[in-house]
Design a protein around this ligand. Structure first.
Ligand SMILES: [Fe+2]
Ligand SMILES: [Fe+2]
Length: 287
């Protein structure tokens, strides 16, 4: 049995706590399936020899995804200089990695951050994730690191939380019990990194992303993706500053312990903080 069960016992009803711990420890938690079209998009992005034109063909098979993708590609998040009017244009102007990014935003919003009865809570979580994605992208840009990878690490870092909320709701229903919000928060705080990393692996995304998700609260434990994990951790705190609940205030962000290992100078942190309003607008336009 995993050690975290002792802490969850303070909050979740015992039968739910035991069943949840067993499911997580045994890898038996039901993980959301990536929509077929998004799975294919991820496969194509993993294939170095893939033809970008095939991406548009694949997406066109799912009309709802295609329409949503067109909307997002034209949103302030991607801010095309001239409107993108076709899928072929989206693929050729934004590139395969950005298309994967948009397909994952759509899939996360519709398939993972969607627990009936908990919409308001999930909306806050989704905004936090998009905020972390946008900040991670800016941090990576300032370090001249891979911006698409950083965006995805931010987007996916707390993916375990909605999965756990759904699992707790289901287990409580089976037991005829009702979880408190605090109970769910405690369980999510303890288990979400592990569950999120499993989901990222199950979706066949690069291993560096699951590593960043697994260690985003403990970046020094990351062995093979330390910079990406530190980027995600800093972006997480920046997103909390903008979208709440606040963990560190602005002054504390200026002396954040990750600034030194990320080799980030005070003026670079100022530039990040100056992007707050723009990022807030981008995120609120999407969620
Ligand atoms: Fe987290
Ligand atoms: Fe977070």
């Amino acid at each position: 049995m995993i050690a975290v069960t002792d802490r969850t016992s303070a909050a979740l009803p015992e039968p739910v706590r035991i069943a949840l711990a067993q499911k997580v420890a045994g890898g038996k938690l039901e993980l959301p399936v990536l929509p077929e079209v998004a799975t294919r998009v991820v496969q194509l992005c993993n294939d170095e020899g893939a033809d970008p034109r095939e991406l548009a063909v694949v997406i066109r098979r799912d009309q709802a995804m295609a329409a949503h993708l067109m909307r997002l590609a034209n949103s302030s998040l991607y801010a095309p200089i001239t409107p993108l009017v076709s899928l072929d244009q989206v693929v050729s102007r934004l590139g395969m990695k950005k298309v994967r990014e948009i397909a994952l935003i759509i899939s996360c919003q519709s398939k993972v951050f969607a627990v009936p009865g908990h919409e308001a809570r999930l909306k806050v979580l989704f905004r936090h994730s998009l905020g972390a994605a946008a900040f991670a992208q800016e941090i990576a840009r300032s370090r001249r690191w891979n911006v698409e990878e950083a965006f995805l690490a931010g987007l996916l870092h707390d993916l375990g939380r909605p999965v756990l909320i759904q699992a707790i709701v289901d287990l409580c229903r089976t037991e005829g019990l009702c979880p408190t919000e605090t109970a769910m928060d405690v369980a999510c705080d303890i288990l979400h990194t592990r569950v999120g990393a499993e989901l990222v692996k199950a979706w066949n995304l690069p291993v560096r992303l699951s590593e960043a998700v697994l260690w985003h609260h403990d970046p020094e434990r990351s062995e093979s993706a330390r910079n990406l994990t530190m980027t995600t951790a800093l972006a997480d705190d920046l997103s909390h500053l903008v979208f709440g609940p606040k963990r560190l205030d602005e002054a504390a962000m200026r002396s954040h312990p990750l600034c030194a290992p990320l080799n980030m100078y005070p003026d670079e942190m100022e530039s990040l903080l100056a992007k707050r309003d723009a990022i807030q607008k981008q995120v609120e336009a999407l969620a």
